[in-house]
Design a protein around this ligand. Structure first.
Ligand code: UT7
Length: 336
């Protein structure tokens, strides 16, 4: 049976570190509040020029992560026949970042597909890569999760609940067809659109002539908005359910899992899920303190760091899980 195995990981984050104290200098917040409520100490934000423009694009961040993953997989980049790019922050309104990545990597017309599933984008991306490979549509898929959040944050007191949580970064994996008994064993994907407006950025909108109005900008409707408490409650429940569902689907127990790589939304969510599943801290990966929430990038960044830290070994069972705007949630079960 053909399986889809992750054969290389990579990530890239900006050098610029923004600490909680930096944020407290701009908006009404404090290091104590942010650390206590979220577990975040600092995040990376892209450097900007004197016009406020980022020095590099989101797709360039994705390309830097992808080059590392391609080198780690030790493949000829021209064997990549499909790109899957997960981001909620594309560089332009259309086309998606996948085609910019194809150009930056000079990939000789590989297929490019973008996924807009916010924090769950990478989990959906791995499931899609598995489907592409199992169906024979592709043999080598590059899955990228990347986000430029820093330019989209409301750095006034109005936006403080969200602004303190998010960071920039990108992660990538190479997924290859294999006849060995390893790779993505199972995935589960869910959504519940009735909650779409509980975590969303409304504008620009297709229903408005000109897509965005001065009033919308004045009201901050182009910034992300979140019902934090509701998202927190649903996330804790859905993370746990998705993990249990993907384990059942794969026919394994939580005790068999070597490492859980959860979406990095809030350390309190991760801790609550680990406690419910009775998973000890050494079997749960966390880097939220250093990067904050990088949305679709959190899982591939964490995966690449876990590999480099020697926390993933050949044959290990790994679970990824995410929940986010949509609401969407899902999980992947992987034999490394
Ligand atoms: O990736 C998936 C998407 N996101 C998430 O999963 C996030 C889920 N939600 C959360 O992580 C949490 O709800 C937050 C970290 C966003 C907030 O924590 P909370 O414990 O739910 O706080 P809260 O929203 O209930 O706010 C408590 C207080 C409020 O003041 P009052 O009404 O009690 O006077 C807020 O105005 O904290 C205030 N507050 C802040 N204070 C200092 C909100 N943001 C800040 C801030 N600094 N940045």
């Amino acid at each position: 049976m053909t399986r889809a195995a992750i054969t290389g990981t990579g990530f890239w984050v900006p050098e610029r570190i923004v600490t909680n104290d930096d944020l407290a200098g701009w908006i009404d917040t404090s290091d104590a509040w942010i650390t206590e409520r979220s577990g975040i100490s600092e995040r990376r934000w892209l450097e900007r020029d004197d016009q406020g423009r980022t020095l590099i694009t989101g797709a360039e961040m994705g390309a830097r992560a992808a080059r590392e993953a391609i080198a780690a997989a030790n493949i000829d980049k021209n064997t990549i026949d499909q790109i899957i790019y997960a981001t909620l922050n594309p560089d332009v309104f259309f086309p998606g970042n996948g085609v910019f990545l194809e150009h930056l990597l000079e990939l000789n017309t590989a297929g490019a597909m973008d996924i807009r599933n916010q924090c769950t984008g990478f989990v959906y991306g791995l499931a899609a890569a598995d489907g592409f490979i199992q169906s024979g549509l592709a043999r080598t898929v590059l899955v990228v999760g990347g986000e430029v959040q820093s330019t989209a944050l409301d750095l006034s007191d109005r936006g403080r609940d969200i602004a303190v949580l998010f960071g920039d970064g990108a992660g990538a994996v190479v997924v290859q067809a294999t006849d060995e008994d390893r790779g993505i064993l199972a995935s589960v994907l869910h959504s519940q659109g009735r909650y779409a407006r509980e975590l969303f950025a409304e504008a620009p909108v297709a229903t408005e002539t000109g897509r965005i109005t001065a009033a919308m900008i004045d009201e901050g409707r182009h910034f992300p908005h979140m019902n934090g408490k509701l998202v927190f409650q649903h996330a804790t429940r859905r993370f746990t359910e998705a993990i249990e569902e993907v384990l059942r689907k794969g026919g394994v127990d939580i005790g068999d899992v070597a490492l859980l790589i959860p979406h990095q939304a809030n350390q309190r969510i991760t801790d609550a899920v680990a406690a419910r599943l009775e998973l000890p801290a050494e079997r749960v990966f966390s880097n939220i303190a250093r990067y904050g929430n990088t949305t679709a990038a959190t899982i591939p960044i964490a995966m690449a760091e876990a590999v480099r830290a020697g926390r993933i070994h050949s044959g290990d069972l790994i679970v990824t899980v995410a929940f986010g705007s949509g609401f969407t949630w899902g999980a992947n079960l992987i034999r490394w």
